[in-house]
Ligand binder design. Structure first.
Ligand code: AHR
Length: 502
């Protein structure tokens, strides 16, 4: 049996409150996320607006608090006006970010309707690629102003009497990336974002604003980008965004599972940079992080290159996720929880079909991908206060990382429900890991359940014909002794959720 791993948590040693918005997601006008994903008018399970009720049920199962929209790279060439008003008058456009045809059957108002049905709220992005201040102020007037002005009255004319009151707004998307329509230098972007933010806030002072940070830790401009952009926007924005995707391109699972360590350092560097700017400004305000794109993304890269351009809703970015991907997603969620003091929003990218926890067939079934489960478990049970995890674990070295702990773990205390939930990944591929949790200050408690996601085949996937090949069970062996010590065996390459009643 392997060396033991252990974690001590104390109810008074706290990292911070979980902002439920870290369990957010993302719907972009890309591939089959909108058309064939959330919306398919002639699907047997479509509701009166054409929204797929089978997809809505799966989304509700995740308890998603916020959904970013409409992009992504898409937003940098988007005219939001194309998506409002009578549907039969809306233009078909060449969509240059993903080289498709955008029919504009769904736009802002329909998306807000969908959010209500999905028990979630919208996080909107404005186009700072081809457009700017004027478009953003009109959009926010249309969306959030009650009435009595050109754009708010137009919304009312379109059938939406009450303002949408969308609170969270992204100032563009990945403006540091050369692939972005209207790519900018940090100074160009910082000035535009600052002036756009100013007039948006003048239009609606209740909003919160997110400036674009780096598109990945590997960007040449990181972290100078954050430093310059925040220097220029510090007074106007509330959050800096951060994006990261991982992949097992060299078929090296041990190295793949270690990649969340780079996420830890990415988060920590962005926090340090934000705090440096705050110090430089002699500012009182902390800039928090919006990790508004994160996931595993690599399976579909090759098939995407073969797609013909200018189709409506082609099957783009349709990664079919396997068991090891679910473990990496679990590790990424733990990374964000470990900095719950500063990571206040996050969006798994994306929600349906496009690098997503939910897959559908056009006209057919909808099912859960492997990554659905760690996302669901953290969203359902990971609300409350994150406790400082004092972890001891045996370690390994991989191609790109040294001292990788086999155990990745964190605990969340939900005072209201009188529960502690421990989320833990065993990165060991060939052996179980004995795990001891010391809950010292919590007094008497009992195990509610020990949920386990495990599979002998790291490459096992869920497909339309085998929708439950990878799914969790509650047969974990976590047990508690009289002194508040929990002993559990974490199966090889497994995701574990140990729920404890206080
Ligand atoms: O989520 C897919 C794409 O990844 C988004 O459109 C873009 O922002 C990122 O590069």
């Amino acid at each position: 049996m392997a060396d033991k791993a252990s974690m001590i948590v104390d109810k008074d040693f706290q990292i911070g409150e979980v902002d439920k918005r870290i369990y957010g997601s993302f719907i972009e006008h890309l591939g089959r996320a909108v058309y064939g994903g959330i919306y398919e008018a002639d699907h047997p399970q479509a509701d009166e607006q054409g929204f797929r009720s089978d997809v809505l049920e799966l989304v509700k199962g995740l308890d998603v608090p916020i959904v970013r929209y409409p992009g992504g790279n898409f937003v940098s060439g988007y005219n939001w006006e194309d998506g409002v008003g009578p549907v039969d008058k809306r233009p078909r456009r060449l969509e240059l970010a993903w080289r498709t045809i955008e029919p504009n059957w769904i736009g802002l108002n329909e998306f807000v309707d969908w959010c209500k049905k999905a028990n979630t709220e919208a996080m909107m992005a404005v186009n700072l690629g081809t457009r700017g201040i004027d478009e953003a102020r009109n959009l926010i007037e249309y969306s959030n102003h009650p009435s009595g002005s050109y754009w708010s009255d137009l919304r009312i004319q379109h059938g939406y009497k009450n303002p949408h009151n969308i609170k969270t707004w992204c100032l563009g998307n990945e403006m540091d990336g050369p692939w972005q329509i209207g790519h900018k230098t940090a100074v160009e972007y910082g000035r535009l974002a600052s002036e756009t933010a100013k007039v948006m806030r003048w239009t609606d002072p209740a909003i919160e604003l997110v400036a674009c940070g780096s598109s990945a830790i590997g960007m040449q401009t990181f972290p100078e980008w954050e430093s310059t952009v925040l220097d220029l926007t510090y007074n106007e924005v509330d959050y800096i965004s951060i994006h990261q995707y991982y992949g097992n391109r060299s078929n090296d699972p041990a190295n793949f599972l270690a990649q969340s360590m780079s996420m830890d350092s990415f988060i920590n560097t962005v926090i340090s940079t934000a705090d440096y700017v705050q110090a430089k400004k002699r500012g009182k305000k902390k800039i928090n992080l919006s990790f508004d794109e994160w996931n595993v993304w690599y399976h579909s890269n090759e098939s995407d290159r073969k797609l013909d351009p200018w189709q409506i809703a082609p099957p783009q970015l349709e990664d079919v996720y396997n068991h090891e991907d679910a473990l990496v997603v679990g590790c990424m969620l733990i990374s964000m929880l470990k900095r719950a003091d500063r990571v206040k929003m996050a969006c798994i990218a994306q929600l349906v079909n496009v690098i997503a926890p939910i897959m559908t067939e056009n006209g057919g079934a909808a099912w859960k991908q492997t990554i659905y489960y760690p996302y669901m478990h953290t969203s359902l049970f990971g609300r409350g206060t994150v406790l400082v995890p004092l972890v001891k674990s045996p370690k390994y070295d991989s191609k790109d990382f040294t001292d990788v702990p086999y155990l990745e773990a964190v605990a969340v205390h939900n005072e209201e429900k009188e529960e502690v939930t421990v989320f833990a990944v065993n990165r060991k591929l060939d052996e179980a890991l004995p795990f001891e949790i010391d809950l010292r200050s919590f007094g008497s408690c009992r195990i509610i359940e020990h949920i386990v996601l495990e599979n002998d085949d790291l490459r096992a996937t869920n497909t339309v014909d085998a929708q439950d090949r990878v799914k969790p069970h509650s047969g974990g062996n976590a047990a508690i002794d009289g002194n508040g010590k929990i002993e559990a065996t974490l199966g090889k390459a497994s995701w574990n959720v140990i729920r404890i009643k206080l």
